[in-house]
Design a protein around this ligand. Structure first.
Ligand code: CA
Length: 588
């Protein structure tokens, strides 16, 4: 056969195949294909950078709303999701484990799915959901009763529904699933209940488990239904049986670096919070009390679930500095392949993408009290007197010394994703300047009960702001500009090739900044606090921007004195979609 005819036939088949939904190739190219968004993070490296420049510094002031959509009902709180855009439809998840399909041209609802949640679910930090995934003809998302659900993209009908873990033991699920080579990869939530953090990979078509990888040393992984390997070395860094309820929730999901074929997941705090109960020896006794792999980033082989490398940000963690914050793959100005992550503990880390090896760490918030810095191996230089005191040292044995720690347990940065700009080479990090009084108490594990052994009260560090969006040069750690906000920032950030940085505030303002100066170029009041994640795409020659507005999340629930400061903010649940109409763009 003539080879040109063969090619033509192959082309037709490819076009035909695209009706079968989103392919691995489309997922791989999500950043460069600007007409759709099929991944959380606008690309699996989570850069949240769009190459679009139709909207730019010169014309952004003319951007106007195109449509808005209400999530309806009485469930109006904690909208932390990121919209996905595919084939003329926007897909969003809502709080209380809901999903909406919306006509992207009109803003009209096509279908809605409400997961029926059982009594007794135990979400630690509000009833939120952080987004879904698309692969083939399915939309995937997780529920507060720790299940993963595949829905038909066109109808919202359930294709399959699988249990990730037992919600009665404190497990839940809130992160966006990650799709890699036909696998749906998920973490789990519940780090305040003595659960075991785990990463699971399932066949996307059937939902059957392919592998599991617990992230606390001593626990066994599985591959194709059989035991594979043990995570770490039993009792190497955990005393006695403490590893059995050791925490390390993988609650923020993961990223994927295609260059090194590595999944990167973060593990949360070791359980319980009271670090004295997990310390195998004195602080000077090597790494016996490090509690691997809690408060760590972990590189995983997507085929087998084997751990390729780990980097622990906070060994012997004692302040709830979860190590889950997103790890963003990027290439630095000299062409080095790097990862960057802004940890709860207040330090911005750069790692080598090949092996997760430490490159540098610099503080991205002020007043860090628990460590005086990070040494050349990546290990914190602890300030021991700023660790909460051991209750066993108290006269009554009930409450250890109260200390003031900064950042607070909600972190220099929490879940809200930062963005990288390929235009400036900088990261844009939503951070918070706050501290806490914290103390330790005795605690023993009880299934389904909070397992902390700690008490705390969060306090602002400054009168005039808590929130602080920072432009950070990853090569030097230098802060190029800062936007201060009264309330703590809790929403995601996005950058564009048009030189724009988008984020929202709990006060409801959706803002576009100049990526070089931090100047506010445009803003819009969305009516409720923004804790969602912005996206942008193009259709018919116009660039669209969307954000979901709806105040909630951990701050109002756990924020101590800060929660009182923001209790005037109204809840909500609304998608706002903006564009610069062609006519307006042409009119100068
Ligand atoms: Ca935690």
């Amino acid at each position: 056969m003539n080879r040109f005819i063969t090619a033509a036939v192959a082309g037709v088949m490819l076009a035909g195949a695209s009706h079968a939904g989103v392919t691995e190739e489309e997922i791989r190219n999500d950043q460069s294909v600007t007409s759709q968004i099929v991944t959380n993070g606008m690309g699996r490296h989570l850069q949240r950078f769009s190459p679009l420049d139709t909207l730019n510094k010169e014309n952004i002031h003319k951007m106007v709303p195109a449509w808005a959509f209400s999530l309806g009902g009485e469930k109006q709180r904690g909208q932390e999701t990121q919209p996905l855009i595919y084939d003329g439809v926007m897909y969003i998840t809502g709080s209380y484990s809901r999903v909406y399909a919306i006509d992207v041209n009109t803003g009209e609802e096509l279908w809605q799915y409400d997961a029926r949640l059982p009594e007794g679910i135990l979400p630690c930090c509000d009833v939120i959901n952080r987004g879904g995934a698309i692969y083939g003809d399915n939309f995937y998302f997780g529920t507060l009763d720790a299940r993963i659900v595949a829905l038909d993209l066109k109808t919202g009908d359930v294709k399959w529904r699988k249990k990730i873990a037992d919600y009665k033991a404190g497990y839940s699920y809130t992160a966006a699933p990650l799709i890699v080579d036909g696998l749906v990869v998920t973490g789990n939530s519940g780090g305040e209940f003595g659960i075991i953090g785990e990463v699971q990979a399932r066949d996307a078509e059937t939902g059957e488990l392919v592998w599991t990888r617990p992230v606390i040393e001593g626990h066994m992984g599985t591959l194709n239904g059989e035991e594979s390997t043990m995570t770490g070395t039993l009792n190497a860094t955990w005393p006695g049986d403490m590893w059995k309820t050791g925490g390390g929730a993988t609650w923020l999901g993961g990223s994927y670096d295609a260059d090194t074929n590595t999944l990167v997941f973060g593990a949360g705090n070791p359980a319980p919070w009271n670090s004295h109960l997990r310390n195998a020896g004195t602080p000077t006794e090597g790494n016996k009390g490090d509690n691997l792999y809690a408060a760590s980033r972990i590189g995983i082989d997507p085929k087998t679930g084997e751990i390729k490398w780990h980097f622990q940000t906070t060994p012997r963690e004692g302040w709830d500095y979860d190590g889950v914050n997103e790890v963003v793959a990027y290439t630095d100005r000299e062409g080095n392949k790097r990862f960057a992550t802004a940890d709860r503990n207040g330090f911005f880390y750069v790692l080598n993408r090949e092996d997760g090896a430490f490159v540098s760490a610099t503080p991205f918030v002020k007043d860090i009290s628990w460590a005086s810095g990070i040494d050349e191996t990546g290990r914190p230089i602890f300030v021991e007197e700023n660790r909460p005191g051991n209750p066993a040292d108290a006269a009554d044995g009930k409450k250890g010394d109260v200390i003031f720690a900064s950042p607070s347990f909600l972190g220099g940065k929490n879940w809200m994703p930062m963005a990288f700009s390929q235009r400036t080479g900088n990261f844009y990090v939503p951070s918070n300047e706050w501290g806490m009084d914290i103390w330790n108490e005795p605690i023993s594990y009880k299934k389904g009960a909070a397992y902390l052994g700690a008490g705390f009260t969060i306090k602002p560090n400054y009168e005039d702001h808590i929130g602080s969006l920072k432009a950070i040069d990853p090569d030097t750690g230098e802060i190029k500009w800062e936007f201060k906000n009264d309330a703590p920032l809790w929403g995601g950030v996005m950058t564009t090739a048009g030189g724009l940085v988008f984020t929202g505030t709990p006060e409801g303002k959706f803002i576009a900044f100049d990526d070089e100066t931090g100047e506010e170029l445009w803003s819009f009041q969305t009516g409720s606090g923004i804790v969602g994640q912005p996206v942008t795409w193009e259709q018919d020659g116009e660039q669209y921007v969307s954000i979901v507005s709806g105040w909630g999340g951990a701050v109002p629930l756990w924020g101590g004195e800060v929660a009182k400061k923001v209790n005037y903010l109204n809840q909500g649940g609304m998608v706002w979609t903006f564009k610069l109409p062609k006519e307006l763009a042409a009119a100068n």
